[in-house]
Design a protein around this ligand. Structure first.
Ligand code: CMC
Length: 429
C-alpha cells in the first residue's frame, strides 16, 4: 500500500524519520504516523480530526471535491434508483448486493426480529409524555444491551450478524413506539406482511381501532431516505460507535452512544433545525436578514442544512432528496417552506461568503420538507436519520471487531493546564 514516504526532521535535534504514505483504493493518501512518537518523541495535533484518518475501512467512500458517494463501490445515485433500503443494508453488511434468493432470506430474517421484548414497552412508558424521541431512542437502544448481553459473544461472526439483524429490525419499532408514547396512543405491534418501510408507516399511523394501509408514495420516499442515510464513512456518530465499541463493550451500548452523537444539531439534528429555521425566516423577504446573521462571526446562528466537513461541492444525497421533495409535494400538496428553501439555496449559492467557503446544501436541507409532508413531526426527523444510519454504524462496528488487530481507541492530547504543584491546606485556598 505504501510506495512513497515523507521525511520529517526535528529541527531542534536534527533527528530524521521517514514515514510511509499509504494509498487506499481511491482518495487522498494518508501519512502513517504510528512510529512518530518512537522516532521523534512527539504526537500529532488535530482537533476535530480535520486531517486524520482514524481507521482503515472498505465500506463507504466519499469524495468531497467531486460530490461523490459510493457504498461498497456503487454510486449512491444508482443504488437509490435501483435498490431497496434492505438490499443496501445487505450490501453494507456483506460487501455485495444480494441476489433474489439472498434478498428474500435477508428480508425474512429482518422481519423475524421486528418485535421488541414486552419489558421494553414498560420501559418506554416510564418516559414523560414530552420527552424528545431522540432521548427515548438513546435510552431504549442502550437498554437492549440488558436483553442481549450474557448470550452475546462479540468475537463470534454469527452472533455479530444476529446483532446487526436485531438492530436493523427493532429500530423502526422503537422509533414508532417513541412517537406513539408522545401522542398518548398505544404502540402498534409490527406487521411482517408489509415491507420494512411500509411496516414503519403502519406502526406510526396505524391504530388498533381501524385498518391502515401505507401509501406507496410515502413508502417509496421514506425507503429512499433511509437508503441515502445508511452510511457516510467516519462521521461523528460512526466514529463514536467505533470508539465506544473499541473497548469491546456491548454493541447495543455502542450504538446508543452513536445515537446520542447523531442527535446534535451539527450532525443529524440539523434536519429538525432546518425546518425550525425556515419557520423562523417565515418569508422570502427575510432571507437577507438571516443570511447576514449566518455570516456574522459574533452571532452563533448558522444556516442549517448548509456546509459539510467533507463535501466542498453539492452533497449528492441533497440532489436526490431535492428532486424527491418535488415529487412528494406533487402528491401531498405544496408547502410554502419548499419555496422558501429553494429561494434560500439560490440566494446563498450566489453569496460570496458561501461561494468562497464552498458551502452547499447538505443531506438535511430538503429531507425535513419530505418528512413534514408525510406528517412526521419535527422532533422525529433525527429519529428517521437514526433508523437509516443504524446499518452503517453496525457495519463499521462489525468491520472493526472482526479485525484481529483491533485496539482500544485512545487519543492523546496537548496538555495546557497547570504544571505539577502542591495541594494547599484548606485555609490557604
Ligand atoms: N452557515 C454559516 N457559515 C458556515 C456554515 C453554515 N451552515 N457552515 C460552515 N460555515 C463557515 C464557518 O463559519 C467557517 O467560516 P470561517 O472559515 O470564516 O471561520 C467555514 O464556513 C468552514 O466551516 P467549519 O465550521 O470549519 O466547517 P466544519 O467542517 O467544522 O463544519 C458543519 C461542518 C456541517 C458542522 C458546518 O458546516 C455546520 O455547522 N453546518 C450547519 C449544520 C448542518 O447542516 N449540519 C449537518 C451536516 S450534514 C449531515 C450530518 O453530518 O449529519
Amino acid at each position: 500500500m505504501a510506495n512513497k514516504t515523507v521525511t520529517l526532521t526535528d529541527n531542534s535535534t536534527g533527528k530524521t524519520t521517514e514515514l510511509p504514505l499509504l494509498n487506499g483504493t481511491c482518495g487522498t493518501p494518508v501519512l502513517d504516523v504510528r512510529s512518530l512518537n518512537k522516532e521523534l518523541g512527539c504526537f500529532t495535533f488535530d482537533p476535530g480530526f480535520k486531517a486524520t484518518a482514524s481507521c482503515q475501512s472498505e465500506i463507504t467512500y466519499l469524495d468531497g471535491a467531486k460530490g461523490e458517494l459510493l457504498y461498497r463501490g456503487y454510486p449512491i445515485e444508482q443504488l437509490a434508483e435501483q435498490c431497496s433500503f434492505l438490499e443496501v443494508c445487505y450490501l453494507l453488511l456483506h460487501g455485495e448486493l444480494p441476489n433474489e434468493q439472498a434478498r428474500d432470506e435477508f428480508v425474512a430474517n429482518i422481519s423475524s426480529h421486528t418485535m421488541i421484548n414486552e419489558g421494553l414497552r414498560v420501559f418506554l412508558d416510564g418516559f414523560r409524555y414530552d420527552a424528545h424521541p431522540m432521548a427515548i431512542m438513546t435510552g431504549v437502544v442502550g437498554s437492549l444491551s440488558a436483553f442481549y448481553h450474557d448470550s452475546l459473544n462479540i468475537y463470534d461472526p454469527e452472533q455479530r450478524m444476529m446483532t446487526a439483524h436485531r438492530l436493523i429490525a427493532k429500530m423502526p419499532t422503537i422509533a414508532a413506539a417513541a412517537y406513539k408514547h408522545s401522542i398518548g396512543e398505544p404502540a402498534m405491534y409490527p406487521r411482517n406482511d408489509l415491507s420494512y418501510t411500509g411496516n414503519f408507516l403502519y406502526m406510526m399511523w396505524g391504530r388498533p381501532t381501524e385498518a391502515y394501509e401505507p401509501d406507496p408514495v410515502a413508502e417509496k420516499a421514506l425507503d429512499v431516505l433511509f437508503l441515502l442515510h445508511a452510511d457516510h464513512e467516519q462521521n461523528a456518530s460512526t466514529s463514536t460507535v467505533r470508539l465506544a465499541g473499541s473497548s469491546q463493550t456491548n454493541p447495543f451500548g455502542a450504538i446508543a452512544a452513536g445515537t446520542a452523537s447523531l442527535w446534535g444539531p451539527a450532525h443529524g439534528g440539523a434536519n429538525e433545525a432546518v425546518l425550525r429555521m425556515l419557520d423562523e425566516i417565515g418569508s422570502v423577504s427575510n432571507i437577507d436578514k438571516f443570511l447576514a446573521r449566518a455570516k456574522d462571526k459574533n452571532d452563533p446562528f448558522r444556516l442549517m442544512g448548509f456546509g459539510h466537513r467533507v463535501y466542498k461541492n453539492f452533497d449528492p444525497r441533497a440532489k436526490i432528496i431535492k428532486k424527491m421533495a418535488h415529487k412528494v409535494l406533487e402528491n401531498y400538496g405544496d408547502d410554502p417552506r419548499m419555496e422558501l428553501a429553494l429561494h434560500l439555496e439560490e440566494i446563498a449559492r450566489k453569496d460570496d461568503y458561501f461561494v468562497k467557503r464552498n458551502l452547499y446544501p447538505n443531506v438535511d436541507f430538503y429531507s425535513g420538507i419530505i418528512y413534514q409532508a408525510l406528517g412526521i413531526p419535527y422532533n422525529m426527523f433525527t429519529v428517521m436519520f437514526t433508523i437509516g444510519r443504524t446499518v452503517g454504524w453496525i457495519a463499521h462496528w462489525m468491520e472493526m471487531v472482526s479485525d484481529p488487530k483491533m485496539v482500544i481507541g485512545r487519543p492523546r492530547q496537548l496538555y495546557t493546564g497547570h504544571g505539577p504543584r502542591d495541594v494547599p491546606s484548606l485555609k490557604k485556598r
